[in-house]
Design a protein around this ligand. Sequence first.
Ligand SMILES: Cc1cc2nc3c(=O)[nH]c(=O)nc-3n(C[C@H](O)[C@H](O)[C@H](O)COP(=O)(O)OP(=O)(O)OC[C@H]3O[C@@H](n4cnc5c(N)ncnc54)[C@H](O)[C@@H]3O)c2cc1C
Length: 352
Amino acid sequence: MTDFAGKTYDIAIIGGGPVGLFAAFYAGMRGASTIIADSLEELGGELMAIYPEKYIYDIAGFPSVLAKDYVGPAVEQALSMGAEVTLRTEVTGLERDEQNELIRLETTKGEIVARTVIICAGIGAFEPKRLDVDGIERFEGGKGVHYFAKHVEDFRGKRVFIVGGGDSAVDWAVTLGPIAESVTLIHRSKFRAHEHTVQQLLHGPADVFYPGYVATGIQGEERLEGVTFVNTDTGEEQTVEVDEMICAIGFKADLGPLKTWGLETERNQIVVDKITMETNIPGVFGAGDIVTYPAKFRLIATGVAEAVTAVNHAVTRYNPDARLDPGHSTNIMEKKAREAEKEAQLAAADDD
Ligand SMILES: Cc1cc2nc3c(=O)[nH]c(=O)nc-3n(C[C@H](O)[C@H](O)[C@H](O)COP(=O)(O)OP(=O)(O)OC[C@H]3O[C@@H](n4cnc5c(N)ncnc54)[C@H](O)[C@@H]3O)c2cc1C
């Protein structure tokens, strides 16, 4: 575990999702000393916590990649540039130390001191929205009802019932279609998922009921055995026998402690300057799903681009002599290699 006591980092990164990881890599490439703090027990953010075994199709250079297979190299890339990591570490407070031009982060494992901070906290502390059906909580925790479904193999050969119309629900229905015994998906309104995936769903093996379908009852003794749902327009009710139920009706976005740090926020997101990614607190930047600005997209592709912008402006904030645009990575890495070689030669000369 990283011991950050007594150290001062150039850039402290809150959140080790895809955006925080890339920020750490880029910061390291620019020569910044960096630490990532994340409240979860592993790196990867939503990709590991919510959908490790789902394919992502819109990351440059990958025709399709499983979320967990993207996270592996992303972690390797971040660590290759010397980023330190502290997990199970929630950042609970942020204070600007004007006098010393430092930012002090209060965490559940002590204080992190940094010259600048990049907040890559996704949707903050995330909690799935619970389905409002009497008695459903009896079947949580391994008895058939899932809010955090992760492993595709858990559903092989099973009768699966899915509730929701966003990316998560539709992706699960498409993924499980070929391997589950049956998949039934209900949704109460229009699909919010990616158009292409919705088409895959509608042309695949799943039984799909939408719009206007909601779950109203749940059956089972020790384990989930069936779900009742209703068409809200006609009142027609039906019950299906199921083994597993995935409730993917979204997450409650809660900025949690971030709300108390004096940051300008809008609908649970932090407002940043579109040009610099800086928040209203000098030296505190943001990138990824947590930030908002006009025409913001909540995607990995755009989040990692924001991370580059945030890092470049953070570097020039603590080092006004640094170039804002460092040029291409090929040149930066070649320069780093030359410098390392020179240092090695000097060290060898000292030894002689
Ligand atoms: C089912 C699903 C499918 C998706 N599919 C795609 C897709 O195909 N393509 C795409 O581009 N995007 C997709 N997304 C969106 C994508 O996952 C997000 O855009 C991306 O994860 C944002 O990355 P991030 O690093 O900003 O935040 P996150 O991945 O949310 O990571 C934020 C991290 O910050 C940590 N954190 C938060 N608050 C604190 C705190 N106070 N202290 C310490 N740590 C903290 C969290 O624990 C978390 O690990 C999908 C999302 C879902 C749910």
